[in-house]
Design a protein around this ligand. Sequence first.
Ligand SMILES: [Zn+2]
Length: 89
Amino acid sequence: MDEWQEKLTCALACQRCSKTLDPNDQRILSVYDHEPVCLPCKKEEEQRPDYEQVSREMIGTCMAETEMMYSDPGGYCFHHFYPFACKRL
Ligand SMILES: [Zn+2]
């Protein structure tokens, strides 16, 4: 298991609203700060006027930056767009 997976996928709380996350609860990464947030917070983030632009830039730099650090940069970067649960990984 990659380091990011341990740190992020099993976060115990949403980093935005501090809602407690159960291991089975879906969470998703913020494109702004790469923190795991709950789905309602992601919905809010998606409403931000610069969301589309920020996410496009994020995926480019994310793939480049994490390639050196992680064995599975795609898995990490795409979790900014696809919700996941702690338990599945
Ligand atoms: Zn939240």
